[in-house]
Design a protein around this ligand. Sequence first.
Ligand code: PYC
Length: 317
Amino acid sequence: MEPATRIHVFDSHTGGEPTRVVLEGGPDLGSGPLSERQTKLQRDHAAWRRALVCEPRASEVLVGALVVPPHVPDCNLGVIFFNNVGVLGMCGHGTMGVVETLRHAGKLQPGRLRIDTPVGVVEAELLEDGSVLVINVPARRCLRQVPLQVPGLGLVHGDVAWGGNGFFLVDDHGLDLRREQLPALMGAASAILQELERQGLSHQVGFEVNHVELTGPAADPANHGRNFVLCPGLEWDRSPCGTGTSAKLACLLDEGKLAEGQIWRQESLIGSVFKGWMARRDGLLLPHIQGRAHMTAEATLILDPSDPFVAGFSRGA
Ligand code: PYC
């Protein structure tokens, strides 16, 4: 009988959104650029991905982070993020989870880390108060107030923005961003996502617009806004979503509603908060996102080849 594969994982959550980090023992993806290795993970290792972040060893909300040697020479590490249906370009809450995991494992190098990702280099630093600052790839708003007729919801308008993933940000959804409204929020955001796919909006902007961000007023007056983010695998982000907050900052700045360096406190559906601001470097607008991750578990996953569900299962791919 073939022996079981064992994979050591580090679990954390950032503002309620879980991350599962693999520091070693991932599939061999070669040593090419991170975007190439991301493609290999997506194409050749779907079973490994699902085994890590889907049932029966996980729940579909989990985001995985595979730490690999970087390709960009001055980076300290490389990371490929993935979820229940595939790979992600970047992940803000996940980057905070990676930094907290490295600290927990005694592997965090002092100072600011440069992290190679499939969508560019990001920086991250563990701050004295235990929070993590992520300096994301440049964010931008690409399309403003695109009208979208959504079956069952009606006409909404959305900004299309890049924040390391592609977002459709809708303010005129007419829903309360409260936990009790979760079924209605899921229904509305899924219908928007489906309509975006049907209309092929991604082709217009050159990146996948596969995250829907419903935005609205904050519940806590200390914060500036609240969001509900639906990810491509139809899971909602419990955190304020680092890449979603980056996309929101890009829209606010473009709209003249936020100045460079001005702080925006973004609240999630469960009330967790990321602090964000935009700062310019070499002419590029870089989102700065600050939040805190906490370790929840260290475990060894067992992938028993005789298990009919060794490759995991999900509602998606
Ligand atoms: O924090 O960027 C983020 C994120 C993306 C998907 C889930 N979380």
